[in-house]
Design a protein around this ligand. Structure first.
Ligand SMILES: Nc1ncnc2c1ncn2[C@@H]1O[C@H](COP(=O)(O)OP(=O)(O)O)[C@@H](O)[C@H]1O
Ligand SMILES: [Mg+2]
Length: 461
C-alpha cells in the first residue's frame, strides 16, 4: 500500500517530489521522537541533580524513547556508551544494545532511489536486484544483488536528504551534552562533540567511504587474514555504494568455540584494527558487531568504512610514548605524550589521574605473558577505576579530551569488549611489540603521506 519509510501517502508528482515528501514524514517523526529523547534526558538530569529516582527505571525509559528512533542518533548513543563514565552504567548498558538502523524503504521507493542514483536504465547493470533489503544500515539499507558479469555485490543505498536528520540528531546531542555539563564537570565534551559531528557528516558521503575502502585495501594488502570488499566504482555514487559481497558469520557465534579458534580470531581482529593504526595512522572508528564477519577459515571480513579516522603521526607517537612512559615510570615522557594528544592545563594532579586511567587501559599490553583482558580490565575493577578517575577529574576541575581521543578510545573499548566476549588468552604485549618495536615517526610520516596521496585523502587540520 504505502511505499515510503513513513507509511504516509504521497501526493502524485515526480520521483524527486515523492522522495522529499516521504522524507518530510520521516523527518517529522524524527523530530517527534527526538523530543521524547530530549524530555527523557531532561527528566534524567533533573533527578540526578536532586539525587532522586531509580536509575534502572530511567534507563529503561530512555531506551524506550530511543527505541522509536532508528537513525544516526543511535550511533551517537552507542558512542557515548563507550566513553567511560560519561553516562551512568545502567544507561551505557541500555544504549549499547541499540541498533542504529533506519526503517526499511518499500519496493517502489527503492526503485525510485535507484533511478535517482544510476538513471532510468539502472536495472540493465544487474542480473538480479531483490527490492527487499538484505540488511539494514544506519542511513539506508543494503541489497544483495548480482551483476551482469556474475559477481555478487552489496549495494548500500542511502535515504535521500538524510543530512537534515543527522543535523537534527546532532542538535539533540548538543542539548544532551549541555545537560550533562550542568551536573558533571569531570569531562568537557566540546571537542568530543566536534569530532562526532565531523565524522557523522563524513559518513553521509558514500563516495568518501569508497575512498576509505580503497585506502584500507591498500594498507591491509599484506595482512592475509583480513579482507576488505572491493568497490565497484561505476555503480557507486555519493549515496549508493556498490561493493563486493563478503560472506561470513557473526563473531559472537564463536563465543563457545575452542580456545585455539577464539585466540586466532582475537589475533586477526587485533591486526585488523592496529596494523592500520600503528603502521599508517588510520583507525576504523566503528568496531560495532555488525561491521565484521568471520569466514570459515577464521579470516575476518572488515565492513563499513563510513567512520575512518586519520591521525597525525605525532598522535600515534604519543600513544606509543605513553606505553613506554608507563613501562619505565617516566613521568616526563607521559606528559609529553598527553601534550602531543592535545591535552592542556596538565597540572600534577591531572597527570596523576590520567596516568591512573592509562595504566588501567594499557595493563594487558604491559605484561609479557598470555593473559585474559579481564584479569584487570573488566567488570567491577573497570567500574571502580573509572569511578575513581571520574571523581578525581571533578576534583581537579575537569579535562577536555582532545578530538583524536574519541575514536581511538571507542576502537580500544570496542575491541576490548570483543576480546572479552571471545575470552581470548593471548600475549598482547608481544602482539603490540611486533607492531611498535621499531616505530619511527619520520617513517610513519612518509608512509602515511604516500598512501593518503594515492587515495586522494587528507589529514584533517
Ligand atoms: N560488502 C558486504 N558484504 C556483505 N554484507 C555487507 C557488506 N556491506 C554491508 N553488509 C551488511 O550490511 C550491514 C550494514 O552495512 P554497513 O556498511 O555496516 O552500514 P552502516 O554504515 O549504515 O552501519 C552490515 O552490518 C552487513 O550486515
Ligand atoms: Mg555498520
Amino acid at each position: 500500500m504505502s511505499d515510503g519509510p513513513t507509511g504516509s501517502n504521497h501526493p502524485a508528482g515526480s520521483d524527486r517530489q515523492k522522495s522529499e515528501s516521504s522524507f518530510g514524514g520521516r523527518f517529522r517523526r524524527y523530530a517527534q521522537v527526538s523530543g521524547t529523547v530530549g524530555a527523557a534526558a531532561a527528566r534524567f538530569a533533573g533527578r540526578r541533580m536532586t539525587g532522586g529516582g531509580d536509575s534502572l527505571e530511567q534507563a529503561t525509559e530512555l531506551r524506550e524513547a530511543l527505541g522509536g528512533l532508528k537513525g544516526p542518533l543511535m550511533k551517537v548513543a552507542q558512542m557515548m556508551a563507550t566513553i567511560p563514565e560519561a553516562l551512568p552504567a545502567e544507561y551505557a548498558a541500555e544504549l549499547a544494545q541499540l541498533q542504529s538502523n533506519a526503517p526499511p524503504m518499500g519496493k517502489p521507493f527503492v526503485r525510485r532511489r535507484m533511478v535517482a542514483e544510476l538513471g532510468t536504465d539502472w536495472q540493465q547493470h544487474f542480473q538480479e536486484f531483490p527490492l527487499d533489503a538484505a540488511a539494514a544500515a544506519s542511513l539506508g539499507q543494503v541489497h544483495k544483488a548480482v551483476l551482469k558479469d556474475g559477481r555478487t555485490v552489496a549495494c548500500k543505498l542511502q535515504y535521500p536528504n538524510i543530512a537534515a536528520a543527522v543535523d537534527a540528531d546532532l542538535g539533540q546531542l548538543k542539548f544532551i551534552f549541555a545537560i550533562y555539563r550542568r551536573y558533571d564537570k569531570a569531562i568537557n565534551p566540546d571537542r568530543i562533540y566536534e569530532e562526532i559531528s565531523a565524522r557523522l557528516h563524513e559518513e553521509l558521503d558514500y563516495a568518501h567511504e569508497a575512498q576509505n575502502m580503497g585506502l584500507y585495501r591498500d594498507i591491509l594488502a599484506n595482512e592475509p587474514h583480513v579482507h576488505v570488499p572491493g568497490v565497484v566504482p561505476e555503480l557507486s555514487t555519493g549515496r549508493l555504494l556498490t561493493m563486493e559481497w563478503l560472506e561470513g558469520e557473526k563473531l559472537l557465534s564463536f563465543k563457545t568455540a575452542d580456545a585455539e579458534t577464539r585466540n586466532a580470531l582475537a589475533l586477526n581482529m587485533f591486526r585488523a584494527w592496529y596494523v592500520p593504526f600503528y603502521n599508517f595512522g588510520v583507525i576504523h572508528g566503528d568496531p560495532h558487531l555488525g561491521n565484521y564477519t568471520v569466514r570459515p577459515d577464521l579470516d575476518i571480513n572488515l565492513l563499513d568504512f563510513g567512520c575512518v579516522r586519520l591521525f597525525p603521526p605525532r598522535f600515534v607517537k604519543g600513544v606509543i610514548d605513553l606505553f613506554w612512559a608507563l613501562m619505565r615510570n617516566d613521568r616526563e615522557l607521559a606528559v609529553e605524550a598527553y601534550e602531543s594528544w592535545g591535552f592542556t592545563g596538565l597540572t600534577n594532579e591531572v597527570i596523576d589521574v590520567l596516568n591512573q586511567w592509562a595504566t588501567f587501559l594499557y595493563g594487558p599490553l604491559m605484561e609479557d605473558r598470555p593473559r585474559l583482558i579481564q584479569e584487570t580490565n573488566a567488570g567491577r575493577e573497570g567500574r571502580e577505576v573509572a569511578g575513581k578517575v571520574h571523581r578525581k577529574l571533578k576534583d581537579v576541575g575537569g579535562v577536555m579530551p582532545p578530538r583524536e581521543f574519541v575514536f581511538m578510545d571507542r576502537a580500544a573499548i570496542g575491541l576490548g569488549s570483543v576480546f572479552l566476549h571471545l575470552n581470548a588468552e593471548i600475549n598482547w604485549h608481544q602482539m603490540f611489540m611486533e607492531l611498535v618495536s621499531d616505530f619511527d615517526v619520520a617513517v610513519l610520516e612518509k608512509r602515511q603521506a604516500d598512501v593518503l596521496a594515492a587515495h586522494r585523502l587528507e589529514l584533517a587540520a
